[in-house]
Design a protein around this ligand. Structure first.
Ligand SMILES: NC(=O)c1ccc[n+]([C@@H]2O[C@H](COP(=O)([O-])OP(=O)(O)OC[C@H]3O[C@@H](n4cnc5c(N)ncnc54)[C@H](OP(=O)(O)O)[C@@H]3O)[C@@H](O)[C@H]2O)c1
Length: 303
């Protein structure tokens, strides 16, 4: 039986991978994350604590579980925090990936790793998989370094670049869509930039694409993101429209007014043709992804 190891199972992407894979009887799935307990019922899911920054723990768990594939959904993902916590960021986003790659090589496992559009400077997006990276901030630098770790590790791998991930998960850090929703629901006015553009990515699409990369044994770099490119402001307005809130609560501003700690790629975006063609998937547009999210939140309230 094929064995699947998920790292960072308690995160937004990790939870979705876990939900999609754990129902599949042909796989033995081991969920892991840094916390002692799993967000889902551990009678229904196999879970063990694993801090991927610990080289010895990674080595021993992987040599005993002998995974066919490792999905790495763990990372330091708050870009402003990364800018001011460089050592911790490097440890989790780069050294931990070295640990996974080294252990994967020993047991001949495939490593499916997630990267980001922040490896680009955002001067000339949207980008293909072969565009020249030039990260502006520390998060992007660390993720580019993690790609290079995977590329030079001499292992079977896939690197998935994604951006503006949104969706529902239990106790996940509020992603942009959940932050907008929470504020609109409370009737708060919010200020959203209209000069940062990119594709908003529904988490279900990313998880399904990663599973396909494994099942079709694809090797290389793949952009996986929503189908359409839009500004953050336009995305926020779509959120209001889909969920029936008042869009006039959203004020259009420029990035210079926000004074964010880390620099952002402004004209970003990922061209997803390669993944759609090779994986046989049509990714959702932002609006379609929001409709899926709406359905999930309604289902959650019913249960
Ligand atoms: N979110 C986005 O918009 C976005 C955009 C582009 C790319 N990505 C990439 O997509 C991937 C998944 O992102 P996400 O948004 O799902 O992240 P997330 O929700 O922050 O999930 C990451 C998970 O990893 C856990 N973790 C932290 N340190 C760990 C460690 N040392 N060992 C094991 N697990 C650890 C986190 O636990 P704690 O919560 O307790 O720290 C969290 O549960 C990441 O590689 C990210 O860089 C995300």
């Amino acid at each position: 039986m094929k064995r699947i190891l998920i790292c960072g199972s308690n995160g937004l992407l990790g939870q979705r991978l876990s939900l999609l894979l754990s129902t599949r009887t042909e796989y033995e799935v081991l969920n892991t994350s840094i916390e002692r307990t799993f967000v889902f019922d551990d009678k229904l899911f196999d879970y063990t604590q694993l801090d991927i920054t610990s080289r010895s723990d990674v080595k021993s768990l992987i040599s005993s579980f002998q995974p066919t594939v490792i999905f790495n959904a763990a990372a330091a993902t708050n870009v402003d925090w990364c800018e001011t916590h460089r050592e911790e960021t490097w440890k989790l986003n780069v050294v931990a990936v070295e640990n996974l790659a080294e252990a994967a090589r020993r047991v001949n496992a495939k490593l499916i790793h997630v990267s980001t559009d922040y490896i680009f400077d955002g001067k000339a997006g949207p980008y293909t998989e072969t565009a020249q990276p030039n990260p502006l901030g520390y998060y992007g630098k660390s993720k580019l370094a993690s790609e290079n770790v995977v590329l030079s590790a001499n292992i079977n791998y896939a690197i998935v670049r994604t951006m503006v991930l949104f969706g529902y998960g239990i106790n996940v850090k509020p992603n942009f869509a959940l932050w907008v929703l929470q504020n609109l629901r409370q009737g708060n006015r919010i200020r959203v930039v209209d000069d940062q553009q990119g594709n908003a990515t529904y988490v279900g699409d990313l998880a399904i694409a990663m599973i396909k990369l494994f099942e079709l044994d694809k090797v290389g770099v793949y952009n996986v993101a929503g189908r359409d490119i839009l500004s953050r402001y336009d995305f926020a307005v779509q959120i209001a429209e889909v969920f029936g809130f008042d869009p006039s609560l959203i004020q259009r501003i420029k990035s210079s007014e926000l004074q964010q700690t880390a620099p952002r790629p402004m004209k970003s975006g990922l061209i997803v043709e390669k993944a759609e063609r090779e994986l046989g998937i049509r990714f959702h547009t932002a609006r379609e992804g929001l409709l899926k999210l709406k359905q999930e939140l309604e289902d959650c309230q019913k249960n």
